[in-house]
Unconditional design. Sequence first.
Length: 310
Amino acid sequence: MTHDEIANIAPRVGWDLHCHTVFSDGTETPETLVKQAKQAGLLGVAITDHDTTSGWGAAQQSARRLGFPLLCGTEITAQFDHVSVHMLAYQYDPNSPRIARMFAKTRDGRVRRAKAMVRRLSEDFPITWDDVLAQVKEGSRTTIGRPHIADALVRAGVYATRSEAFSGAIRGGSKYYVPTPSPTALEAVQAIREAGGVSVIAHPADPSRNRMLLSDGQIEALIDEGLCGLEVWHRGNAPDQRLRLLDIARSHGLLVTGGSDWHGAGKPNVLGENLTDAEVVKQIITRGAIAPVIPQDSDKPANSAVFPRA
Ligand SMILES: [Zn+2]
Ligand SMILES: [Zn+2]
């Protein structure tokens, strides 16, 4: 397949399955996400904040009120040897003990990590932990991360924009940088499976995130643990890697998804710029442990069955 042919098979109509709100590092509320997705003419949308389910309730309420289809998900930060892996988890039971424990551990670790970075930064820049907390819009329910430190540095006048901070003092490898403690990708896939969810590797071939991408062997190890899909349609995936991802997906029967990685005003990504086909969404809903918000089907009983896996 040529690049043009690959671009031609990307869905033009569908769902945006990768969106962040104020419950992690986005700038807009779940309500605004649902509203804008509806206005943009998408078939549906998923909320996927980092390492949390805190925005799900607000998103579900808005989706019901506005009569717009919604999936719930989380983007889990994980690690596979030296490769940072973002794992999207859809439609899982948030009360499953293992996944709940995993998130609690990650959140505690993240706060400690952010504090350690601020301590290092405060030696050279006018920034305190309180300045960072002032940038967190939803209090303790938000997953604190580098974006909030970046916003505090912008507020202090050190940088003009969040992106400048990200390529400056808080970039990976800078002397102020402290790595995020995170579960392994294998643990994440196992926990998602145990919670009856659908696991998809986010932007698996984004060279700006990793100098080394996941190898075929690493992806196959995740498939053996129950990995369900690959997010092929994402602006970060290098065009020449999309063919590779499509090949892996085809030969292992994986779901192929797409999403914008929308962050509101926090990033240039446009809501709906990458999409997931409705047929794929149907598969996610069938496999998932919890009911989606599908307004036209609201009189049908909730799908509470966990899809059996071989
Ligand atoms: Zn990501
Ligand atoms: Zn994301």
